[in-house]
Design a protein around this ligand. Structure first.
Ligand code: AP5
Ligand code: MG
Length: 218
């Protein structure tokens, strides 16, 4: 069977990680988040991590060459179903992916930016795994503690309000053209709203039928 590669794109804090977790729960996808990969590289103090850190802290995109190399390594590992979360975010990244990998669908989460700023202030994460919590929406069993490891939860440095504004600006300038690129290619599926669970019901229906369509193609 041909691999099914889907993209999860949309503004920072729009619920890519949240929806991605539901997709992995219900479909057999390998979930690759470039943000999580970068944070792991920063924690390991790898050369890529050291170079990426100051871009992330300022709400700017990490240089294309670093990201394309990280993703190429993940693509070489292969998967029957692969979900790329947060990649591509620039035109050169999209061109590099187009040249190497057939993409079946680009799932775009279209969430009002005012809602995003409020949510990111409430986000707590488990650093090593990227598991995400929010005290009102998806709280951990014990406040401040990761459900699976018992480690302390932390807040992301780039969730500070002025950095969130910079990330949203970067998104409008550099990533919106990527959304248009996939719209023109006819493989964009956009989902609007504020309720991740409602959005996910629509995403699930889409994936159920799109995976079937893909499998039926010669
Ligand atoms: P990355 O980690 O990908 O960050 P992002 O795109 O800014 O997106 P987030 O992970 O912040 O949000 P999300 O959409 O996953 O939302 P979540 O589900 O957590 O990237 C970080 C940085 O790395 C970038 O800024 C850039 O510098 C660099 N980078 C990454 N990829 C790159 C690339 N391709 N090229 C160049 N640089 C790159 O949800 C957010 C919060 O809302 C959570 O707390 C969640 O619990 C909560 N929430 C979700 N749904 C609801 C709801 N319905 N109601 C209430 N709360 C909700
Ligand atoms: Mg995320």
């Amino acid at each position: 069977m041909r691999p099914y590669v889907a993209l999860l794109i949309g503004a920072p804090g729009g619920g890519k990680g949240t929806i991605g977790k539901y997709i992995v729960r219900d479909f057999d996808f390998r979930h690759v988040s470039t943000g999580d990969l970068l944070r792991q590289n920063i924690a390991m103090e790898s050369p890529a991590g050291k170079e990426a850190a100051h871009f992330i802290a300022r709400g700017r995109l990490v240089p294309d060459l670093i990201i394309i190399e990280l993703v190429a390594t993940e693509l070489r590992r292969g998967a029957q179903r692969l979900l790329l979360d947060g990649f591509p975010r620039t035109a050169p990244q999209a061109a590099s992916l187009d040249a190497s990998t057939p993409v079946a669908a680009a799932i775009n989460l279209d969430i009002p930016h005012a809602v995003i700023v409020e949510r990111l202030g409430n986000r707590w994460i488990h650093g090593p795994s990227g598991r995400t919590y929010s005290y009102d929406f998806s709280p951990p069993k014990v406040r401040g503690i990761d459900d699976e490891t018992g480690d302390l939860l932390i807040q992301r440095e780039d969730d500070e309000p002025s950095t969130v504004e910079a990330r949203l600006r970067t998104y409008r300038e550099q990533t919106r053209p990527v959304v248009d690129h996939y719209r023109k290619r006819g493989i964009l599926a956009s989902f609007e709203g504020t309720e991740s669970k409602v959005i996910y019901d629509a995403v699930k229906r889409f994936l159920d039928s799109d995976i079937r369509r893909h499998a039926a193609q010669p």
